[in-house]
Ligand binder design. Structure first.
Ligand code: ATP
Ligand code: MG
Length: 555
């Protein structure tokens, strides 16, 4: 019997609405502001909005909340669309709040006409100064009681460009004594003589978030407008605009934003990392952005699975980065092809194997798949690359790799016994010598010899060179945003290790961006889509093999 998953609180609300008939069609939206690239927190919101509509036969719009021309850009619009699609979601309609500028302006005129909005000549600072505190009422601006006609003409002059930035604003006329500061005559429009990435110079007045967002929801007939908890205090204002204008009764619901350990999750902070060149761009594989995770080798399935596992809560918490790593490891263990790569190579010479002979052995592609995922060719010869740290001149107890006299299995090949080694003048081991046991070939071993260790290897004459990039956490502390200090002081200076000496097996020569592999004993890797080119292989480590998180959960 399959386990019934209990409903999350939003699903409960939706089921209750449908049962009571207060809502007949579920219509959600994902409303990013195009002022940065999407991060894993947005993925949670995407999975939630699309997932909810999908589950109840509804639909989801993609809406760009582009009401602040100063920070927005089409580069961000394009990347957001790419990321949502890559995550596996298809939006019903694509909208831009800027497409509603005319309609929003008309709504504003209607508000003025009802005596519910006025043009104020005070500056933003002056308005803030008389706004009062949660326990003390605010003071009225001397311009609060302008006549409807005067307000209409001033507002149209604002639109026509007669005034400079900050000279005038349009404010809603609500309640200066409200305990909710957002209800104390909030600003609806401000003047910004800045070109907009879509409307160009058509407008010099731009609507504020609360007015634009709720009315955009209404225009699109969004039934459930889902946002993060910090907007809970904005809800009375959201509802007020809808009531006064009599527009479609969209309803707002809040959930806790996703926080992850060892990273930051705000576009403003991520932008700083990019602008100050502390990372290699928005898609740097260390970034918690969707594009960074994609370049790092994460799959859409693993991210969706992660979002499913963390669920939806109403209280803020911080999720262990180890859970995200667990999700990608679980996915790649089942799907990634196995390959052999030596990161720090030294030579292993098999003295009793004929020089010049090449034998083509078979390596299983993936033991987790049916029929091992098929087999690949593994050329074998008397001269191999092995990992330098798989050999020790003097073996400690419980050392099951190579050392003088010790035996080890070469993965998918033969058992070898170490017979000696050579060192250079600096005292560094340059070559390890061994003899192989001809009867010990993998799959047809009749040698009767058993060994405890298996190591990976590559035939030197058939190997390819590659660069391998190993990543560590971007920050040294669990919660870089919680301290009083600037979050950037917690950056991990060793978050990227570039290895240029790697040797890879011939089957990796034709790797393509997006291919994902398990490098045996080394972790999961993908070909870097930006740095690899004809004749140059660059691999990113997605995640290591060790599953610290699962162990912790058990222990
Ligand atoms: P940031 O603080 O990173 O700039 P934002 O909320 O300003 O985020 P938007 O582009 O406005 O970014 O967000 C689009 C949607 O994604 C919103 O509904 C927002 O609530 C949601 N969202 C943003 N960050 C998170 C997060 N960490 N967890 C869950 N949802 C998020
Ligand atoms: Mg925002």
């Amino acid at each position: 019997m399959s386990e019934e998953k209990s409903l999350n609180f939003l699903e409960e609300i939706v089921e209750d609405n449908l049962a009571k008939g207060t809502v007949t069609e579920i219509h959600t939206r994902f409303p990013p502001e195009p002022n940065g690239y999407l991060h894993i927190g947005h993925a949670k919101s995407i999975c939630l909005n699309f997932g909810l509509a999908d589950k109840y036969g509804g639909k989801t719009n993609l809406r760009f909340d582009d009401t602040n021309p100063v920070t927005e850009d089409t580069e961000y619009v394009d990347s957001i669309k790419e990321d949502v699609k890559w995550l596996g979601f298809n939006w019903e309609e694509e909208h831009y709040a800027s497409d509603y500028f005319v309609q929003l302006y008309e709504f504003a005129l209607a508000m003025i006409g009802k005596g519910l909005a006025y043009v104020d000549d005070l500056s933003a600072e002056e308005i803030a100064a008389i706004k009062g505190t949660p326990t003390e009422p605010g003071k009225a601006s001397p311009f609060r009681n302008r006549s409807i006609d005067e307000n209409l003409s001033l507002f149209s002059e604002m639109k026509a460009g007669k005034y400079n930035d900050g000279e005038k604003v349009l404010r809603a006329k609500i309640d200066l004594a409200s305990p909710n500061m957002h209800m104390r005559d909030p600003i609806m429009y401000r003047i910004k003589k800045v070109s907009h990435h879509r409307t160009g110079d058509a407008w010099c007045i731009y609507p504020m978030y609360d007015f634009a967002h709720g009315q955009s929801d209404s225009i699109e007939q969004i039934s459930h407008s889902i946002c993060t908890l910090e907007f809970e205090v904005h809800k009375p204002l959201y509802n007020w605009y809808i009531e006064q204008l009599g527009t479609f009764p969209s309803k707002q619901f809040e959930f806790a934003r996703l926080n992850l350990t060892y990273t930051v999750m705000s576009k403003r902070k991520l932008l700083q990392l990019v602008q100050e060149k502390l990372v290699d761009g928005w898609d740097d594989p260390r970034m918690p952005t969707i594009s960074g995770l994609r370049r790092r080798g994460y799959t859409p399935e693993s991210i969706r699975n992660f979002c499913d596992k963390i669920g939806v809560q109403r209280r803020e918490n911080i999720i262990d980065m180890g859970l995200l790593e667990f999700c990608i490891r679980e996915d790649l263990n089942a799907t990634a092809q196995r390959r052999m790569v030596v990161l720090d190579p030294i030579k292993l010479i098999i003295t009793n194997y004929p020089q010049g002979k090449t034998e083509v052995l078979k390596g299983e592609n993936n033991p987790e798949e049916e029929n091992h995922g098929g087999y690949r060719d593994l050329p074998f010869s008397n001269e191999l690359w092995i990992e330098a740290d798989d050999f020790l001149e003097e073996a400690p107890k419980k050392w099951f790799r190579l050392a003088p006299g010790m035996k080890v299995r070469l993965k998918s090949a033969y058992i070898v016994q170490c017979t000696g080694y050579t060192k250079n003048e600096a005292g560094k081991v340059t070559e390890v010598h061994c003899e192989y046991i001809p009867e010990s070939k993998s799959g047809e071993d009749s040698s009767g010899v058993s060994v405890k260790g298996t190591i990976h290897w590559i035939s030197t004459d058939k190997s390819e060179s590659a660069e391998v990039r190993l990543y560590d956490r971007l920050f040294k502390v669990e919660n870089p945003s919680s301290e009083d200090e600037d979050f950037k002081t917690f950056i991990n200076p060793n978050s990227l290790e570039i290895i240029t000496s790697a040797k890879v097996e011939p089957a990796l020569k034709d790797a393509k961006p997006g291919d994902r592999f398990q490098f045996i004993r080394k972790g999961y890797f993908t070909l870097d889509s930006m740095l690899s080119k004809e004749g140059k292989l660059v691999f990113n480590r997605t995640v290591g093999l060790k599953d610290a998180w699962a162990k912790e959960q058990k222990g």
